[in-house]
Design a protein around this ligand. Structure first.
Ligand code: SER
Length: 392
């Protein structure tokens, strides 16, 4: 299945069950939202989860581009991406969590053909620190009836959009990606890959940290499109999805010889930077612009560790244009190329200015903690950068 078929199958399944498709928003969350970027399809829906009537009704479905800064350090493994797409479905005070789990199970098994023996789920088992000791017994009962093995956890099965706002217990569906008969549980074996999260969004966390029932009990689900693609295609990582093909091809031709993790980081950060720029963000020292700056500088650090002469100026137009088209962003590569190359120039001159300073300090011996602080505070050179590019 290609990504577009997976997306269409998902949308169609929920349309047949009365869900109205809504247009995904950009990576920039609505004003007042506590996060920097849209990290999930529910962000633009917060007022409706809190009880406002949605003009399209109480059952919704969509595909939303998301960015999670919390996952940045994981990028390079098989399953984490900086920018990814989430297939989402919502019940705004309509059907309940068990109904959503049943539909989810049916879609994975019958719509996508995943054998039931390759499924495992996790369910909220109660957690004192969250102010809710009771396990989510309705989800537990539903999975038992369906015959799917369950692992109970605490905070891992609690979803919130930030320190305050709508939240609730969730149930995550994992698919076995190892060879042969599945073993272990999602908590003990990383070959269980999480694909779909169903949140019973029925609480609200207030500023004083207390938990209160929301005016209505909602269901908010989100499934990682690239992960589902990986699982269905029997691929070893999300980078083997069709949407990554223009990037993997370009990077392996332009810059051959990168190790697998570096290769993935370069592909992910390039594609993610293009999408972030496509939503109108430019590099800066704060907020969203800082995240973009970090992405570009990280990918250049990886490239320059291999060869300091490499440049983003060599990128052809095609992968960027294809990604912009995929996300429905303006298909103008030239301004984005300028942003990336401009950031490369600034980064290179920062390093050029830092190199003699580091050499001077090194003539006195090993760099001390104080030297690293000085380089960071006075010259804008963080320790990892000094170690990776200026001390080698
Ligand atoms: N909000 C939940 C999540 O991000 C479900 O969409 O996992």
């Amino acid at each position: 299945m290609r990504t577009s078929e997976i997306r269409d199958t998902f949308l169609q399944y929920f349309r047949e069950r009365g869900h109205q498709p809504i247009t995904g928003s950009t990576l920039i969350p609505p004003p007042g939202d506590p996060v920097l970027f849209t990290t999930s399809g529910m962000h633009p829906l917060t007022p409706y989860l809190e009880g406002q009537r949605h003009p399209l009704g109480r059952r919704l479905v969509n595909v939303q581009r998301c960015l999670r800064t919390t996952d940045l350090d994981e990028v390079g493994d098989r399953t984490h991406l900086t920018v990814f797409e989430m297939l989402g479905s919502w019940s705004l005070g309509d059907y309940d969590g068990p109904q959503s789990l049943r539909w989810g199970y049916e879609l994975l098994r019958d719509g996508f053909g995943i054998p039931e023996s390759r499924l495992h789920v996790t369910v909220f088992g109660g957690e004192e620190r969250l102010g809710l000791l009771e396990p989510d017994s309705r989800s537990l009962g539903t999975w038992r009836e369906l015959g799917v093995p369950v692992e109970l956890t605490g905070e891992d099965n609690w979803w919130s959009n930030g320190p305050t706002g709508p939240c609730g217990p969730d149930s995550e569906i994992f698919v076995w990606t190892g060879e042969g008969t599945p073993v272990g549980t999602p908590g003990t074996d990383s070959r269980w890959v999480e694909v779909w999260n169903h949140v019973s969004m029925r609480y609200e966390r207030r500023r004083d940290h207390t938990l209160h029932p929301l005016r209505q009990s909602n269901v908010d689900t989100g499934m990682g499109l690239e992960r589902l693609m990986m699982v269905l295609g029997g691929k070893s990582s999300v980078y083997e999805c069709d949407v990554f093909e223009p990037w993997t091809r370009t990077v392996s031709q332009l810059w051959p010889g990168l190790g697998i993790e570096d290769f993935r980081v370069v592909c992910d950060h390039l594609r993610s930077s293009v999408v972030v720029c496509g939503d109108g963000i430019t590099p800066s020292n704060t907020g969203r612009g800082y995240v973009l700056r970090r992405l570009v500088r990280r990918l250049l650090t990886v490239l320059w560790r291999h060869d300091p002469g490499l440049t983003l100026g060599d990128l052809p137009d095609e992968p960027g244009l294809e990604t912009l088209g995929h996300f429905g962003q303006p298909r103008e590569w030239y301004p984005i190329r300028e942003v990336l190359v401009g950031e490369e120039r600034r980064f290179r001159s920062l390093l050029d200015r830092g190199r003699p300073v580091v050499s001077r300090l090194r003539r006195r011996g090993e760099l001390t903690g104080g030297d690293f602080e000085y380089l960071r505070d006075t010259h804008g050179l963080p320790r990892d950068l000094v170690e990776e590019l200026l001390l080698t």
